[in-house]
Design a protein around this ligand. Structure first.
Ligand code: HEM
Length: 513
């Protein structure tokens, strides 16, 4: 029936009409080159390309808003998200936004801005620990410090200290050389392969996938971490839950919070049986385990990647870095020993601009996040899209759009500053953006499935950038110091950079007068 397929009217490579292996070739054989290839496809075929038998990829800012729209009923593409576990294993992998909303509403109060600020001291403590290790690193090991390893170790410790009773303490491994950060890159390809296995529920393929993941060098490290999460969960399940009249506080560990809040919701009067069943399902041990493990992944490398790329740009753009340091020194004169709060840091306009620009150019979740059209009359870019079609637009096509961000590959935090904000704008000769570019920072996605950890992410970003550049003098030691970081990463959900560390640095303590 491919001859009469309703998507035939959309342009695209012929082979992609017939098989998902068209994309599979770029994902697997070319190891993550799909995103780069999408760029070529849009150059050839225009803003809508049929990239698979049932799949369209878009390149138009309006399409992004229509696909990831508030209140959208589109489901997540279960083939893509299936690589992270089966549909009912966590909020992230749940296809239906209305089903996901039940657990999102339970998690959300745990991660509000106020909740994050109330536990900000934990974030600061870990960043200070990172700084203390960096200060002595070169003296101790005689080589530059590898931030590609140091930052994921830090964000893993921040997250686990915040949501679990016991922090994983990865940062304490000498030379930031914890096996987890060491092996995580090669292991993502293994994960990606499962996307192309037709049905991992069948015994043979299931066994094959399990065997493959056991052979991965990261497997024993992951198994040890899962064990810690399991122990934490079992302790929470066994202990009595809090007095329900006593509202659970956001300072408690994640599992205590979730279990108590789910019980609390179940007791609400007038719930439909369907809602009660949904809530009961969330209390299953396997499901709770999935939620904790998913959050451990969603909230660590994402933050580390944004900081790593941001630092790398700052260190190769001296003028920008000097402006940032001036702003920090003015706002925080006693930076050597006093503390500064997230709320003070987030009011600094240039630091804010640096963080936005780092989010834009670090690309974050790069994979086109597929959504399946549910109703007959979905309209995207004025085109009627048949139900069952997977639609997507990678955020990189927004963040590198030259109409929204003139000279898009250039690291230029000043583009986020408005002349109306009263701060100086180094390149006032540049035409003001007609669009509100703020709307087009989509690192945390948009719509009903956007990031639930956004406030924690911002808190970490402000504290890491603020503290690192106030307290330390970093110099880049990486041999590749191209100021315009080309798009030379592989797309495995998050970008994976090539062999060399992106950011090896020499570190000196800043001297205060
Ligand atoms: C700079 C840091 C971060 C970035 C760029 C980021 C980005 C994103 C994006 C783009 C999505 C949507 C993914 C999709 O549609 O497939 C997402 C979802 C999610 N994020 Fe984040 N994230 C960050 C930090 C965090 C943190 C710190 C946490 C945890 C505390 C977190 C937890 C989650 C969860 C649970 C989801 C799934 C939501 C759902 O499926 O409804 N993220 N994030």
């Amino acid at each position: 029936d491919s001859f009469w397929h309703p998507l035939n009217r959309f342009p695209g490579p012929l082979l992609a009409r017939w098989t998902t292996w068209y994309r599979g070739y770029y994902d697997l054989v070319k190891k993550g080159a799909w995103l780069r290839h999408l760029d070529d496809l849009h150059a050839e075929y225009g803003p809508i390309v049929r990239v698979g038998p049932n799949e369209l990829h878009f390149n138009d800012p309006r399409a992004y808003g229509e696909i990831y729209a508030p209140g959208s009923r589109f489901h997540k593409d279960s083939v893509l998200y299936g690589i992270f576990g089966h549909a009912a294993s966590s909020v992230f992998t749940t296809p239906d936004p209305q089903v996901a909303a039940v657990i999102r509403n339970i998690i959300a109060p745990y991660l509000t801005k106020r909740a994050v600020i109330s536990r900000e001291a934990i974030v600061r403590e870990k960043i200070l620990k990172l700084i203390s290790y960096l200060k002595t690193y070169t003296r101790e090991y005689g080589v530059p410090a590898n931030l590609d390893h140091a930052l994921p170790s830090t964000t893993l410790d921040v997250l686990t200290a915040l949501i679990f009773k016991e922090c994983f303490n990865v940062l304490e491994t000498p030379a930031f050389d914890h096996p987890f950060v060491h092996h995580s890159k090669p292991s993502v390809l293994n994960l990606w392969i499962t996307k192309y296995l037709p049905n991992t529920n069948t015994p043979i393929l299931g066994a094959f996938t399990r065997l493959m993941s056991r052979m991965s060098p990261v497997a024993p490290v992951l198994a040890a971490q899962f064990k810690l999460v399991e122990q934490e969960l079992d302790a929470a399940l066994q202990s009595e839950h809090n007095d329900l009249s006593d509202k659970p506080s956001t300072g408690v560990p994640l599992y205590r919070f979730l279990i108590d809040r789910i019980h609390e919701q179940i007791l609400r009067p007038g719930l439909s049986q369907e809602t009660v069943d949904q809530l009961q399902n969330l209390l299953q041990r396997r499901r709770l385990l999935g939620e904790g493990i998913n959050m451990r992944f969603a909230g660590t490398d994402t933050v580390a990647n944004a900081v790593l790329v941001g630092i790398r740009y700052l260190l190769t753009h001296r003028i920008v870095l000097d402006q940032l340091i001036r702003e920090l020194d003015d706002a925080w004169p006693d930076g050597s020993d006093g503390e500064i709060s997230y709320e003070t840091l987030e009011k600094l306009p240039f630091l804010t601009a640096v963080i936005k620009e780092s989010l834009r150019l670090s690309h974050g979740v790069v994979t086109p996040a597929g959504r399946v059209v549910r109703s007959e009359n979905a309209v995207i870019l004025g085109e009627s899209i048949p139900s069952g079609t997977t639609v997507a637009m990678s955020s990189t096509f927004i963040h590198l759009n030259a109409d929204l961000f003139p000279n898009p590959k250039q690291f230029n935090p000043a583009r986020w500053l408005r002349s109306t904000s009263g701060v100086d704008m180094p390149d006032q000769n540049k035409p003001q953006l007609e669009v509100n570019s703020e709307r087009f920072l989509v690192s945390f996605s948009r719509g009903p499935r956007s990031c639930v950890g956004i406030h924690l992410a911002y808190c970490e970003l402000f504290i890491i950038f603020g503290y690192l550049f106030r307290k330390l003098e970093l110099t880049i030691a990486s041999t590749d110091q191209d100021p315009d970081l080309p798009l030379h990463f592989d797309d495995f959900f998050l970008p994976v950079y090539k062999e060399e560390p992106l950011c090896a640095v020499f570190v000196k303590e800043r001297v205060f007068y």
